[in-house]
Design a protein around this ligand. Sequence first.
Ligand SMILES: O=P(O)(O)O[C@@H]1[C@@H](OP(=O)(O)O)[C@H](OP(=O)(O)O)[C@H](O)[C@H](OP(=O)(O)O)[C@H]1OP(=O)(O)O
Ligand SMILES: Nc1ncnc2c1ncn2[C@@H]1O[C@H](COP(=O)(O)OP(=O)(O)OP(=O)(O)O)[C@@H](O)[C@H]1O
Ligand SMILES: [Zn+2]
Length: 448
Amino acid sequence: MLLRAEDAKDWFYKGEGAANIVLGYCGSSLSLVGKVLRIQKVAKGRSRSPNGCFVLSNHERLVWRDIGELLECTSKDAAARAFIQHVMSNPLDSKHVDAGILVHVSKEFLEAVEGNIKSQRPPWRVDASKIDVLHESALIISDHSIISGTPKHDLCIAVEIKPKCGFLPSSEYIVEANAVKKHVTRFKMHQFLKLHEGKISQISRYDPLDLFSGLKDRIHLAITALFACPQNNFRIFFNGSLIFGGLGGGLDNTVVQSHKAEEAIVDLISPSGLQLASFLELVAEAIFGSGILDKLLETQQLDVLDIEGAIHVYYNIISQPCAICKNLIDAELLHQYSFLHSLSLEESLKIVRGYLIAATAKDCSLMISFSCTEAGHNASDCNSASLKSSNQCYNYKACFIDLDLKTLEKMVHYYKLDQKIVDFYKTSGEIEGNPSILEVEAHLEKKN
Ligand SMILES: O=P(O)(O)O[C@@H]1[C@@H](OP(=O)(O)O)[C@H](OP(=O)(O)O)[C@H](O)[C@H](OP(=O)(O)O)[C@H]1OP(=O)(O)O
Ligand SMILES: Nc1ncnc2c1ncn2[C@@H]1O[C@H](COP(=O)(O)OP(=O)(O)OP(=O)(O)O)[C@@H](O)[C@H]1O
Ligand SMILES: [Zn+2]
């Protein structure tokens, strides 16, 4: 399939992340109804990778040498697809992942889309990146914000949750000075840094450990906290359109203002027979009943050594002197890390592969779409969840999105960011409760 300039009018802006723009379909082609198109972006001022070259670097080719299809990829979409199909679908269960289909896109199609959607993109995203119009392919994926093919599919409500890391690391390679990592979630610590950097305006009370707890009440607590402060972790769609939550990016500008949010959402979703509180309960019920986050947690836990251990192993793979050990004078620590440096290449590759798969699992999102069922009418490919309060049953479908491969070169960034997050938390994190930026800044000033 080739998408040409004249097809651009059938695609509307749906959302975007740091790397991709996602468009919904409003045309009449039966093969495209219910699909989205995921298009690569390129950072402004950055040179794009030329078509036809391998996506993976030589060291990455070593890490992923067993995944033949991935090695051959010459575009990021093809690599995204191969990675989902051959790597992520095993631990996450293929029924919850959707690798998509590659389509050809003409330069004229991409230019026309760029012009059509510009006014709807968040301005900071427009400043940072644009559609890579020289990229010759894109991915067609099912639109997970709707359930197509059910009798009442026109009344569909969906949530998108970016759960982030759902466990506390316990690696022996975490240095004593960073022991706080074993007690406080990375999400919470990162909130303080994000607040300081102006990426968010308040600290979220969402606790990933609640969401991943496997306990219905704690899952419900997590969903309520996400709704109260959605940032880029929570969105609600009604009939495929975003009605609550930000358009992506670190800034937490909600589409619906928080004080109006409840009324607006209640109005919008009432035709589906749901009140807001019961909707949040339904989301918790579906997460609890499906057990879908158990698989995600297991996949995240493929990060066994934490970045404080994995970074040493990374240097084994790139065959360079370890930049961490180089600056260490503590003999005991050096001895501990020398064990990691003595691992065989095979063992090192396994550890880093696990770390990168876990990194993808810590950054992906879960989409759950619900539609009201008529008595006895359950779509075969859906699960169902019922609400005690209303005795109403809902079909739902859950799928992971954004399962892109993280680059091996990011390991150094991961190490630096981890240290930055912990260091910042140690100086500001003792403030109890839900501090504002002013309180955190005042606290830091007092400490300095
Ligand atoms: O490092 P993190 O935990 O901040 O995660 C990044 C995300 O930030 P978040 O904290 O979720 O707002 C970040 O999300 P935003 O752009 O902030 O919405 C990206 O998902 C980034 O992945 P990539 O660089 O696009 O492959 C993410 O980078 P990875 O760490 O997953 O590579
Ligand atoms: N299959 C889908 N169905 C419905 N909506 C989708 C789908 N895939 C993506 N979206 C929407 O588009 C947004 C951006 O997509 P995605 O997360 O894949 O972009 P990204 O650039 O890879 O993100 P990141 O910043 O995490 O790297 C999502 O947050 C979601 O709202
Ligand atoms: Zn080392």
